[in-house]
Ligand binder design. Structure first.
Ligand SMILES: Nc1nc2c(c(=O)[nH]1)N[C@H]1C(S)=C(S)[C@@H](COP(=O)(O)O)O[C@H]1N2
Ligand SMILES: [Mo]
Length: 417
């Protein structure tokens, strides 16, 4: 395993190795599970049905990340391998089993001519739409920022690609013959507070209905929505960061203003000049920022990113023909046009071949076949879309106090034998 400390991934691996060693030492001392060397429970112990290979970052609220190996092992991320990010747990829902509640109600209210309530059962009888999206926590990659912001130390696993099935908000309003007041500029979504859970309220521009196929999703990967992923019903806005995709939704409110709740501000924001689709305003690494609705924006459209899923960091592969593989994605507003790969730490770059995609909101799969003689290599990947948006070689240029929206070029060291 490479031990290069400037390299963010090996730092993360060092951390895991350290945690493992601590656990082993704890076991040797007979201290497992309590006291000094208390070990995190495994993913399957925290959420029934999860792959124990997921890395638990917090067991309460539940936060767990997937791994590059698992992400590379399937085209659509299975429910067992998908990361979980709860800010607020709902009691009893830590399972990938469905949450069967046909009578669950969602209220559609605010700036509409006829507010109404609809049950999950009624929703399931309306025309359904499917969309494959990359679901990614805006904190994914946080641990690569320097200095490291506080918050869950995500490496690369706070992401997955899943296929949702549900009723588009547009379809729902049409089916109910409900008209929007032209004053409506935002959609404000509320999650259930059942069992005494704290409110989770998020607002997004109303354009989400057109551009992001916003839907009330009832299904994931051809099954009813798993309880831990928001079952029985969740808002899905394709092409946006995870935080916009409110689980266990009970209310969709059309509003003139953005929510001023804690989850909207100061949480889940980056510094910007005013605007919803503006890049991060550079701030001095380590500095503080006083987030307001005006000087920052919510984590919104996913920024362009790409991962190498094979070879895995620190692995040995057989030469001479080595296929470097991975995925790339963005917010779906423009196609990804070029994916460049370097195997010499960025000295020379060559285009990878795009093998296929999963619609504009999903992953582009790419492969870069290279003839490599035995030795040490460092692979890097950089995606660029039709709007010229690309990834920085040094992701830290977008350092922000809360460590959101990392999309620095990934580096993977591997050995060819
Ligand atoms: N009700 C509710 N919805 C939520 C959250 C939450 O804590 N409560 N977390 C959000 C965040 S920050 C992310 S990244 C995604 C994670 O989705 P997942 O847990 O299904 O992977 O859910 C979002 N929706
Ligand atoms: Mo998130």
């Amino acid at each position: 395993m490479p031990r290069n400390h400037e390299h963010p991934l090996s730092e993360a691996m060092d951390r895991r190795l350290f945690l493992k060693r601590t656990a082993v030492a704890g076991a040797a001392l007979g201290l497992m599970g309590r006291g000094l060397a208390q070990q995190q429970p495994t993913a399957d112990q925290v959420v029934q049905g999860k792959n124990p290979k997921l890395v638990v970052l917090s067991s309460r609220p539940v936060v767990m990340e997937s791994t590059l190996e698992l992400l590379g092992s399937e085209r659509i991320t299975s429910k067992a391998n998908l990361f979980v990010r709860n800010n607020i747990d709902l009691p009893g829902l830590n399972t990938t089993e469905p949450n069967v509640q046909p009578g669950w109600e969602v209220e559609i209210t605010g700036l509409v001519d006829k507010p109404f309530k609809i049950t999950v059962d009624e929703l399931s009888k309306l025309p359904q739409t499917e969309v494959t999206t990359v679901l990614q926590c805006s904190g994914n990659g946080r641990s690569f920022f320097n200095p490291r912001p506080s918050g869950n130390p995500w490496t690369y696993g706070g992401v997955g690609q899943v296929t949702w099935r549900g009723v588009l908000l547009k379809t729902l309003l049409e089916a109910k013959g409900v008209k929007l007041d032209p004053k409506a500029r935002f959609i404000t979504m509320n999650a259930s507070t059942q069992g005494g859970a704290q409110p989770y309220e998020k607002s997004y521009p109303i354009s989400v209905m057109e551009h992001n196929s916003a839907m009330l999703a009832l299904g994931m990967n051809g099954e009813p929505l798993p309880a831990v992923h928001g079952g029985p019903v969740r808002l899905v806005a394709a092409g946006t960061f995870g935080t916009a995709n409110v689980k266990w939704i009970t209310k969709v409110e059309f509003t003139e203003k953005e929510s001023s709740g804690n989850e909207q501000v100061p949480r889940y924001r980056v510094p910007v000049l005013p605007g919803w689709n503006t890049p991060i305003l550079p701030t001095q690494p380590g500095s503080r920022y006083n987030y307001t609705l005006d000087n920052s924006r919510s984590n919104w459209g996913a920024n362009i990113n790409s991962f190498i899923l094979s070879p895995l960091p620190g692995s040995s592969v057989r030469g001479r023909l080595v296929e470097i593989r991975g995925v790339a994605w963005n917010d779906g507003l423009a196609p990804i046009e070029s994916i460049e790969v370097s195997v010499d730490s960025g000295t020379t770059w060559r285009k990878a071949v795009i093998e296929g995609d999963h619609g504009k909101f999903g992953w582009y799969r790419w492969v870069a076949p290279r003839l490599l003689s035995p030795g040490e290599y460092e692979a890097m990947v950089r995606a660029t879309d039709a709007l010229g948006r690309t990834q920085p070689l040094n992701g830290n240029i977008w350092w922000n106090e809360r460590g959101y929206e990392w999309n620095g070029v990934m580096r993977v060291k591997f050995t060819v034998t």
